[in-house]
Design a protein around this ligand. Sequence first.
Ligand code: PFF
Length: 450
Amino acid sequence: MQQGRDGFSSRFGVIAAAAGSAIGLGNIWRFPYVLGENGGGAFFLVYMAFILLLGIPLMLTEMSIGRAGQRNPYGTFRFLAPKTKWYLVGVMGVAAAFLILSFYSAVAGWTLQYLYDAIFNNFAGKSSSELFGMFTNFTSGVYTPSIWTLVFLMMTGLVVVAGVEKGIEKYAKILMPMLFVIIIILDIRAITLDGAKEGLEFLFKPDFSKLDSKAVLEALGQSFFSLSLGMGTMITYGSYINKKEKLFSSATSVSIADTLIAVLAGVAIFPAVFAFGIEPDSGPGLVFITLPNVFQQMPGGYVFSVLFFFLLVIAALTSSISLLEVVVSYFTEELKLTRAKATIVAFAGVGVFGVLCSLSSGPLKDFHLLGFTIFDLFDYTSSNILLPVAGLLIVLFAGWKWKRMSVASEVLGEGIKENMLFKIFMFIIKFIAPFAITLVFLNAVGLLKL
Ligand code: PFF
């Protein structure tokens, strides 16, 4: 470990912090709404296949690269492949972090408002259509959503200034397991609602006629977004992981925990969507409209709604911290800014774009770039283009550029002989992952018809 570099103090700390990055709005807000827009079960199957085949190997690859580099993603590529252009992958990561953090803060701002509404019991007695109105009224406003966006960003900045160990690890360790328990309780309520069966079928019964090339690309994008891949987050976290840690088990545990939370969120939401007559393709508002209905239908609904939105804010925070960390570690290590200065600069930049994303549901609703609102443009291009492209470059780097021995010494440990699992892993990152990602792209842009 480089001198003066923060690091994680314990094994659980590493997994909790990486899982804290992975588990967030991507699982609870984005997964259900993107799945709902892409027809349900078939999307789910493809998503799972991408997690297993590409997500886990890519996470392992990123962590290995980061630990070998001991720097931010940009510096890591400079260090591992000097005098080449590979550092551009790191630059792409910083750019993607900016874009994601912008719309992410806007949505996290919505969760802050919903926490406020939960505390003041504002969902009570409202019908499904009233809850829908409540969401659109709020998000189409100017000041309230913008202010919440900035409040959330400020919270993120404060934790990042506090530093890696004290900031990230402490919160992630206690609260992520609590979120898990609350979602299970919501699942139990959701699957015992009248009409729940239809929702479970929507989620789990594949209807491949609803799966087009765009849906496949979105499943790929969602799998990378959810696991925080293709952006340098796991490279940055990898650089904080102790040399003794077994990266294979860290990457697998984080991926399993993340996927489990997404599935459990789906199980909490889709039965309720059908039970309350909500359209599954309602878009980004899906969770915010659906869950308040569920809270009203359960004993102790008030307490659960407050707890749920509180934990959702925390889940969003542990993810946004990891996004900001990518930007801040770049500023501090490459531009030699102090941590506090770097955070303030990032806050100012992302703040502007975050507010623009937030206004995209209101006054800027009809402002389109390339056919998207600013929010959708940031959301779509970062997940479905930047993350997969950077993911592709990262596996190509580890598969073809980096010495096989160096990969092995990170993945397996120094001096340990290659085993079967490692050989499969290498085969995936050398051949299968690049081939699959390229295929999904060509298919989605219409250059190839599968
Ligand atoms: N994985 C986070 C989520 O699912 O909410 C979002 C995210 C964090 C994406 C960090 C990308 C990233 F680098």
